[in-house]
Design a protein. Sequence first.
Length: 283
Amino acid sequence: MSNSVVSENITVSVTGASGFLGRVVVSRLFDCNYKVIPLTRRNLSGLLHVDTYYDSPVSDILIHLAEESDRNVVNTTGNKYLEESLRLVMALTKRGYKKIIYASSGVVYGKSSTKPHKIDDDVKSYDIYGSAKLACEKVVLETGGIVARFSNLYGKGMSGKNVFSDILNQIPGDDPVYVKDDTPVCDFVEISDGANAVLALCDSKVRPGIYNIGSGIGTSIRVLAKTILSTAKQTERSVISRDVGNSTVCNILDISESSRRIGWKPEVSLQQGVTKLMSEMSL
């Protein structure tokens, strides 16, 4: 029996279906013949509106993506955000889903190790954002769910408040490209690869636990800026940092265990992803 036939009998609810990752995940699920319930608190055609995600319909699988992605907004909101996000996750785990997939973040590993982080590495709450992720992770894992720790997702429709967008907003141009700090090393993964990982996690054979979802490759902000400039054929422009940090900032995810367990690996290189994104943005 083909996987498409099996998936036709599985219902998947997706919170945050109108979001950056949610839109692509919903599309991939439909492509693979899942019965999809795309949930949003916005009034949008083709999506199911809910006043609150506490009312999310019970289905075979719940993919919970509906959390604030802007770290600054979360930290400004403070403990109220942590308490509300935790309360929702606790309620969702009691609604009767056969499987819950929770979107977490690789920021819980910290930013000081130059080695790719394995899923059993130590984690720590560095701010409200990280504390909320870890608190929700604990609830999901204790109830037999799946935690997907994502690195930096990028692609069409991403937030305008990140270093990727900051650089792209300066293309085209003649002046130097300015970034806050060009030394941090990050793990960038293209949105289609991230969505494909979520799709792989929906398979009934995937066991509960933590999965790192990233590229497994570290890229400095300077290299990212140079890659974008090269793609734009503006290699003569320099990259200037406004404020270079004094400490090592590095966060890379080791995806080897995730790849082995779910048969997934990223297929889009940073160069390919940048080229695709800039084409979609007509840059």
